[in-house]
Design a protein around this ligand. Structure first.
Ligand SMILES: O=C(O)c1ccccc1N[C@@H]1O[C@H](COP(=O)(O)O)[C@@H](O)[C@H]1O
Length: 241
């Protein structure tokens, strides 16, 4: 069986690495330099970095130069998110050399454009399904954007290569992942799923690992690493098969 991929997160707001609670603007805890955080995860053995421009996601500016600097400094794979909503922002994101981008709001608001870029870029495009219950949220998770399963069906038919599934109610809370949501999404798609939100312990990672046969490919880990609930080395060891 494959090993669950772990993607330590570096979310950037106003030039700083931060963690939010439920993705709410204003709930930030700051963890200093994004580049230092990313390099630390790389030194600890990460094979992926989940890098987010939160200002671009919220529409409060962007950290484009800093994001490009961080992505460019990585020897590992980078998944880049936040504010990628049109040709210009997609071109800038891909120009960082990232392995793939993760589209959120665009998949809800400009589905024709997303279908086009999926056709053009294949598995360099993932779609972030950020949900409260089964309702998708866009624009920094502040606006409803339709039903999870209807959107998933549409994206499946358009050839979307991968989904990053975030339970907003769990994100940044250290309350454990929503395993039921992950099982339900896996049942609704044959594409790989990256789990996001709520990881608090090595047991949570072991529980997500049990879903690998269903289609869960990876897990994003944020707050738990920054809060030192465990080290990345311990996490990689916990999911090794
Ligand atoms: O990751 C977060 O904590 C987060 C919080 C609030 C909004 C967005 C967040 N993260 C990432 O942003 C993209 C969505 O950006 P956009 O809608 O495409 O501009 C989402 O996939 C999350 O990865």
């Amino acid at each position: 069986m494959s090993t669950l991929e772990l993607l330590p997160a570096v979310d950037v707001r106003d030039g700083q690495a931060v963690r939010l609670v439920h993705g709410e603007s204003g709930s930030e805890t700051s963890y200093g330099s994004p580049l230092e955080a990313a390099l630390a995860w790389q030194r600890s053995g990460a094979e992926w970095l989940h890098l987010v421009d939160l200002d671009a996601a919220f529409g409060t500016g962007d950290n484009r130069e800093l994001i490009a600097e961080v992505a460019g400094a990585m020897d590992i794979k980078v998944e880049l998110s936040g504010g990628i909503r049109d040709d210009a922002s997609l071109a800038a994101a891909l120009a960082t050399g990232c392995t793939r981008v993760n589209l959120g709001t665009a998949a809800l608001e400009t589905p024709e454009w997303v279908a086009k870029v999926i056709a053009e870029h294949g598995d360099k495009i993932a779609v972030g399904l950020d949900v409260r219950g089964t309702t998708l949220r866009g624009r920094g998770w502040t606006r409803d954007g339709g039903d999870l399963y209807e959107t998933l069906e549409r994206l499946n038919s358009e050839g979307c290569a991968r989904y990053v599934v975030t339970d907003i109610a769990k994100d940044g809370t250290l309350q454990g992942p929503n395993l039921e949501l992950l099982r339900n999404v896996c049942a609704a798609t044959d594409r790989p799923v990256v789990a996001s939100g709520g990881v608090s312990s090595l047991d949570d990672l072991r529980a997500i690992s049990e879903l690998v046969p269903l289609g869960v490919e990876g897990a994003i880990v944020g707050k738990a690493l920054y809060a030192k609930a465990f080290t990345l080395e311990e996490a990689l060891e916990a999911v090794a098969r």
